[in-house]
Structure formats: C-alpha cells, structure tokens
Design a protein around this ligand. Structure first.
Ligand code: SAH
Length: 359
C-alpha cells in the first residue's frame, strides 16, 4: 500500500499549526513538535514523551519528518568535515562543517548541482539537477548540527554550498524563516550569509524581505567582457545592474556587502584589476573577500602565488577597502569552495563522470 504522509520538515510553524488544527491538537503541540525536531534533533514521534501516547500514534500514522541521510563524512586535517547527504529520491548533495573561523560555520547547499556554469567551479559542471525543498535546506542544518554536537551552540550558516540560492528563491527564504523560528533553532539572520552570482530581480526581492541575511556577491571580474566569460549569468545581469542593486540595498547599521573575488592566475589578478575593483565599489559599503582558486580537475585555471594575492590585497587596502583573503579549508577532502561535486552516487551526470575521469 502506498501511503502518502505529510512531511513536517516542509512546514513553517504556522503551517504546522494549521495542519494540526482539526486533528484535535492545540497550537502548543506544534511548538512542542518544532522543539523536538529542530532543537533536539528528534524526528521519530515515539520518543516525544511530552505528547500523549495517543497523539504520538496518530502523528506517526499521518506525518513524517524527512531528513537527509549521511552517506559520507570526511574529516580534513584542518578540522573541516564534509558530509555527503542522500535525499529521499537518492540524489546526493554536500554540506560542510567549518569549525573555529573563529565561529562554527555550516556551509549549506540550495540545489542539486547548479545552472550558473561558472568556469572555475566544479558544481557548475554538473548543471542543475533540481532545486532543494525548504525542508531539504533546513534538513542539512539539522543533520550537521546533530552530527557535530552543535544543536545547543551558536553557529553561522553560509549558503555557499552547491547551487545558486537566488535561483531557488522561495525555498531558500522559507528555509531561513523556519531556521529563524524561536521555537526551533532560533538562528538570527545576522548569522546567515547568502552568496549569489547577482540575479538582479532576486536581489530586489531580497531587499524587501523582513528577514534579511548578510549578502555576499560573487563578483570575480571587473569588466563585463571578462565576467561574462567567468560567470555566464553576467550576460543578463551585467556589472552595472548588480552594483546598482547593491547601492540600493537596505543595509543594516554597520553592516556591509561582501564581494567575493576568486583569483585566477594571469586572468583577473593584475594590479589594474585591483584598481578597477576599487573604482567599481566606490560608494558601496563593501568589503572584499579574495578567494585564491581551489584548483580541480577539469577546471582550466590556476591558483596565483601568495605574493600575487598579497599585492592585489595591498592595492585594495591602500585605498581604504576592507579586504580579507579566504583561507580555503578542507582542500585535502575537496570540501573547499567550488570543489563540491557529488562523487560515487548512483545518479552521476555526464559532466560528473567527465570530471572524475580527468582526475
Ligand atoms: N552560487 C553562489 C554560492 C555558491 S559558491 C555564488 O556563486 O555565490 C560560493 C563561492 O565559492 C562563490 O563565490 C564561488 O564563486 C566560489 N568558488 C566557486 N568555485 C571556486 C573555486 N574553484 N575556487 C575558489 N572559489 C570558488
């Protein structure tokens, strides 16, 4: 018999209240369920002992809490842990725990694969397989927090795993609302950073959200010609349009937009690039995060030398731009930026197979 259970992992608190209403439940039951699922990491109804036995039985008959399953857990020498998670349809995604940065950080995926096709990113080679649901996005946080013993500790979330969050806008924002619920993990939007290639209509919608995460823009180039080559969506949303949306973005006091800039040897790492970057960001409350390329098989670029990165950073700093160089963590286990691609799953795309062959 095929039964279709309603998946509680997909519900915001008010939706859960509505689902329980009429089943003889009160509002506080929804809050109790949220506490079990998000704060204690319990997804079976049987151990939820502050609910009556009859209610637990009824819940188990009608509902489920679908949760990604850990099928891979690799520990890097620097403490970074890369998890491979299997979803209900057996598709796989990756999520990464990065400890002591000095905060504890979870790097979470928003899609299986990615449609953006950035020239230096392995996930981009997969193409988009599908969007993640809100429950699959929050599920990664539940699973990682449970596995790393962080359910009771503060942590940050960066939407910098597989996928483009603004290409999966509604599910991503729903996930942030669920994570924010005071009856669940109660994660403040200040602890969440959304990283995007700069899909302008998405940026404009984000500007009107009551719950606004920190914003990071993957800039990577200082001319449209070069950016279109590295980040193809630039054809539709060129630099001027993105920077214009950033200028209008309603930033909270003392907060700034992060501009990520992946450094590719001999391509975008010259002193002229640095000076153009300073000009582009004039008038924006910005900080720049330089990411020396994490090389990967099938990626036709190289990582610049440390001296070259330092020189670039110095030019920005001399002109009063705040700049940091991202220390890429977990490179030995392919957990670093742009290295997330699911290997060894049953559903390998042609691009994945190619990337594996080229290792
Ligand atoms: N799609 C979103 C979030 C995912 S990637 C975005 O593009 O912002 C998070 C960051 O890692 C992005 O800035 C991305 O450009 C960068 N990145 C991708 N591949 C990389 C690589 N091979 N080396 C270093 N950084 C990379």
């Amino acid at each position: 018999m095929v039964t279709s259970l309603l998946d509680l992992a997909e519900l915001e608190l008010h939706e859960l209240e509505a689902a329980l209403d009429g089943r003889g439940c009160e509002k506080f039951h929804a809050r109790q369920l949220y506490r079990w699922i998000y704060k204690r990491g319990v997804t079976d109804f049987a151990p939820m002992t502050d609910l009556s036995r009859a209610l637990r039985t009824q819940l188990a008959e009608e509902f489920e809490v679908s949760t990604p399953r850990i099928v891979g857990d690799d520990l890097s020498i620097d403490g970074t842990r890369k998890f491979v998670l299997e979803l209900a349809d057996t598709r796989r995604i990756e999520a990464v725990f990065i400890p002591d940065t000095p905060s504890m950080t979870f790097c979470i995926s928003t899609q299986v694969g990615c449609a953006m096709a950035c020239g230096f990113c392995l996930t981009g080679k997969m193409g988009l397989v599908r969007h993640l649901t809100a429950g699959e996005i929050t599920g990664q946080v539940r699973v990682l927090a449970g596995a790393t013993g962080m359910l009771d500790h503060p942590f940050n979330i960066v939407l910098m795993g597989m996928g483009e969050p603004l290409h999966n806008y509604d599910n991503t924002m729903k996930a942030l609302r669920v994570l924010h619920s005071e009856h669940g993990l109660a994660i403040s939007p200040r602890r969440v950073t959304l990283s995007t290639v700069g899909i302008v209509p998405g940026l404009e919608r984000l500007a009107g959200e009551p719950l606004m995460p920190n914003l990071a823009i993957s800039l990577h180039a200082t001319t449209d010609e070069q950016r279109t080559e590295l980040v193809p969506p630039n054809r539709k949303y060129p630099l001027a349009a993105i920077l214009d949306a950033c200028r209008r973005f309603p930033l909270k006091q003392r907060s700034r937009i992060t501009f990520e800039y992946v450094m590719l040897a001999g391509v975008n790492d010259t002193p002229e690039d640095a000076r153009r970057l300073v000009k582009l960001l004039a008038g924006i409350r910005a900080k720049v995060n330089l990411i020396p390329l994490n090389p990967a098989p099938g990626i036709p670029y190289e990582r610049p030398s440390d001296e070259r990165v330092d020189r670039f950073a110095q030019i920005l700093a001399d002109r009063q731009l705040t700049v940091s160089v991202r220390k890429s963590r977990g490179r030995d286990i392919r957990a670093a930026c742009g290295q997330l691609i699911v290997e060894g799953g049953t559903k390998k795309s042609a691009a994945q197979q190619m990337a594996l062959l080229m290792r």
